[in-house]
Each structure stands twice: as structure tokens, then as C-alpha cells.
Design a protein around this ligand. Sequence first.
Ligand SMILES: [Zn+2]
Ligand SMILES: [Zn+2]
Length: 398
Amino acid sequence: MTEPLISSRHHNRIADLHEEITAWRRDLHQHPEIGFQETRTAAIVAEKLRAFGADQVVTGIATTGVIGIIHGEQDGPMIGLRADMDALPMQEHGDVPWKSVNPGKMHACGHDGHTAMLLGTARILAETRDFAGSVAVIFQPAEEGGGGGGVMVREGLFDVADCTSVWGLHNWPGMPLGQFCALSGPIMAGIDYFDITIKGQGTHAGLPHLGVDTVLAAAHLVTAIQSVPGRNVSPHETATIGVSMFKGSDAYVVMPDEAVIGGSVRYFDSKTRDMAEARIRALAEGIASGFGAEAVIDYRKNYPPTVNHAAETDLAAEVAKGLVGANRVLRESEPCMAGEDFSFMLNERPGNYIWMGTDEPGRNNAMVHYPDYDFNDAAIPVGVGYWLGLVDRLLPRR
Ligand SMILES: [Zn+2]
Ligand SMILES: [Zn+2]
């Protein structure tokens, strides 16, 4: 196995464990479990943490979440390192030997890699203990839409582990292996969902004048909603609003009583979100009423934006620079319009969520959520080295 260039005082131990952590990662990849159903994964995580000698292992938080607490040789504050454990409900198309054996489920976002890297980190921390304070390793369920990170917070994550700061890491295809990106401020978008039902009067398609056309009203609404990002959102702000679902009648000759549209709002600023929600409601009600129909609006707040704290992000960047060199740590990039429920933890405690590059020439560097994606095991020493570097920096022994 070729090692990427990392500079870490733990380098030798990380190299020793690289193959074993890779085997854990591939086993998790082969047995993917989706949100809140990560029972096998959580059992493996808890069993390994106990075997490593973690001082406390808490299971069953947010159904399948696991928290391990490891105390250092000296007293000090507690920090939280977080990994996500869930897979996606999609069919794997790659042909790796560790391909998913669970039909319709796949580790297409690299959470298998995140879990394995944090387990490897926990093992080294429990072996060495040469830090002042405590490390909580947080393994959360259901990042992919279920909001498991938020559920863990609501179910007392920070009562179990009173962290002074929290830290996240995501593998990032599109960036080369050995590169990091530490962005201050918003890095991932907030996401809301909406469903709007236009209720009217169904009729025979040949007798439109006897009904109230809900499909026509809904079609106008789809067009009008695009005026919100185009005309209401400040040119200096960002929001993406997409109607992705449209359901009318099942027959050519039947005009339906109801037409239903649904979609998402993605944003970085909560004022923009509140405005977008208000505009969507006003447009739905006004357009429906103009056509003699009625709008029933179900608007649901989902993930808040992931906003990195400035001081912690500077510190994360310093740790990454120490590991891979200053020229391989980006401090500027476009934030991503996808969501991330680590946001719920960052809303409670200061911290940072960093992107770690994984691309290598000649390798399948498929993007996350693609059916031929596979986490790059060559990134394992980089991720483990980053976590250990954070602990060295945040909890130095006196
Ligand atoms: Zn994902
Ligand atoms: Zn992910």
C-alpha cells in the first residue's frame, strides 16, 4: 500500500494499522445499513471501542448512535470528534471485491471510511493516552436525510460528552489526495422541503369549463417559484429552490381534483430562508386563488446550514498544514449546496467541518452519491493523522 506524504509523530503507528483499518472499512462497505438501521455497524463500533479500552461506551443514543470517551493521562477539557455511519438507499454498480451484499443499499458517501478512520484514531488514543483531557468519539446514525446528528443532540449527546468543541471531516472527491479545504463560515447549505397540494375540481378533459384545473394552476406555481431566487433573493446572497416533484392525474382524459408539487429550498442565511418560505406561501395561495383553487402548503425545516466557526477553522487549517504542508490546505472555495447534519452539533458547540481530498490519478474518483463510488483507502492515514493532530493541538500534555 502506498502511503501519502503525511508528517505526524504518530506516522509509524498509523502505517502499522493502515491495513487493518482498511479491512474494517471494506467490511463496513460490504454490509451497508441506512439511517437509524445501523445495528450491525453500531455493534461493531461499540465492540471495538470496548476492546481498545475506551473508558466509557454509550450506545442506543438516537437509536443506533455510539459515543466512546477516552481519557488522557492528564486532566483537561473534552473535545468531540464525529463520524457518520449510515449508507444510502441505492444500488452499487461498481465491481470492487467488497461490493455491497445488501441489495439497494450502498456506502456511496464514504461514511464507511469515516467510521473506520475514527475507530483507528480511537485505538491509537486509547493506546497512547498522551494527552491532557478527554476525547469523545461520536458515531452518529442517519446523516443522509434522517438528521441523526440533530437527534443525538436532542437525546443528550452533550450531557454524555460535555465537549468544549466539536470536529467533523468529510472525504471530498474532486480534491486530490493529501489536500484539505478549511472554510470559515458557511460550508454546506441549509435545506428545507415543501409539498404543495392544489385543490380544485376534477372533470372530463373534454369538458374543462366544468372543472377547476389544478394542473394548470400548479404549472404556473412552478414557474412563479423561480421568481423567488431570481427576484427576491439579494444578488449578494445565495438560494436554490427547485421543484422536483409534480403529480397530476393518471389518465389522459381525466383532469384531477388535486395536483401536488414538491421540492427543496437550499440556503446559507436564515433570513433568506424565512423570506423564501414566506414568498412560496404567498405565491401558492395567490396563484391557487386566482385560478379558483386552493393551496395546502406543507413547508418543513430540515437541516440548518453548516457554519464553521472562525477560530476553530483557523486551528483546523493549522493542524492540516502541519500534516500535509501549507500548500495543500485550501482556505477558499465555493461552499457546497448539499446539506450536512453536523450543523446541529455546530449550532451547540464551536468547531469545524473540514473537507479531505481523495482523488488519485488512474483511480476511479467517482463523486459521492454515484453508484460506482468507493472510498479511497489511501486516504485513511491522512484522516487518522488529522484527528490525532487535532488532539495533539487541542489537548497538549503539560
Ligand atoms: Zn452523502
Ligand atoms: Zn456524507
